[in-house]
Design a protein around this ligand. Structure first.
Ligand SMILES: CC(C)(COP(=O)(O)OP(=O)(O)OC[C@H]1O[C@@H](n2cnc3c(N)ncnc32)[C@H](O)[C@@H]1OP(=O)(O)O)[C@@H](O)C(=O)NCCC(=O)NCCS
Length: 178
């Protein structure tokens, strides 16, 4: 079963979400409307919470997790992902905060306390170290992530388009499963 509880917390789904049957959502995970979760995603909201914003897609094999509250870090590190975000295949998002209209390239790793502002493109395989901020309007790539260049207008437009493409795709999957 894709949706499982941890203690008294059960994942919640707003309207029109698509959750692949092979993915696993555990505990305090909130998906806003039109979120899609693709095969083999693991989202574990146990020692902190996970929020996924409207129209965001989390692609195959991605792992979402959080860090616990401690004396040194009273809020811990929840995972907060904004709206219209595309998270590519096999990414690792751990205790970080992402804004809106972001593309996280395949295989990227984003660590605790990192912040990604709105309208950012993260190249495939990029590693974003703990507590680093990626500024709005830029492409970042590499290990560790470095600012590569400002985004072109076409790339900024693609950020929103990518989210729309995935809404269409998940609607086809929902329709096909009826
Ligand atoms: C980074 C990216 C956006 C290309 O950016 P770009 O500015 O157009 O880069 P170019 O293709 O002109 O390549 C410029 C240089 O960066 C290198 N490069 C390309 N992608 C890279 C990446 N992800 N990480 C590190 N270096 C990269 C190229 O090899 C090239 O190096 P060189 O100058 O030594 O030859 C693209 O390669 C990428 O990673 N896209 C993400 C795609 C993705 O994962 N989508 C999600 C699918 S669901």
């Amino acid at each position: 079963m894709a949706i499982r509880s941890y203690k008294d917390k059960l994942p919640t789904l707003a309207e029109h979400c698509y959750i692949d049957a092979s993915s696993v959502l555990v505990g305090d995970v909130k998906c806003a409307e039109h979120v899609s979760i693709w095969p083999l995603v693991a989202a574990r909201g146990d020692v902190n919470y996970i929020q996924i914003g409207a129209r965001t897609n989390i692609q195959d094999g991605t792992v979402l997790h959080v860090s616990r509250v401690s004396d040194a870090n009273p809020l811990g590190f929840p995972l907060v992902i904004g709206a219209d975000v595309t998270v590519g295949h096999k990414c690792m998002l751990h205790g970080c905060t992402l804004g809106n209209r972001i593309l996280v390239g395949m295989g990227a790793i984003i660590m605790d306390g990192a912040i990604v502002e709105d309208d950012v493109f993260i190249g495939a395989g990029t590693l974003v170290p703990p507590n680093k901020t990626l500024k709005s309007g830029f492409l970042y790539k590499g290990n560790p992530a470095k600012q590569a260049r400002p985004l072109k207008e076409s790339e900024i437009a693609f950020l929103k388009q990518s989210a729309l493409n995935y809404i269409k795709l998940k609607d086809e999957y929902i329709e096909g499963s009826k």
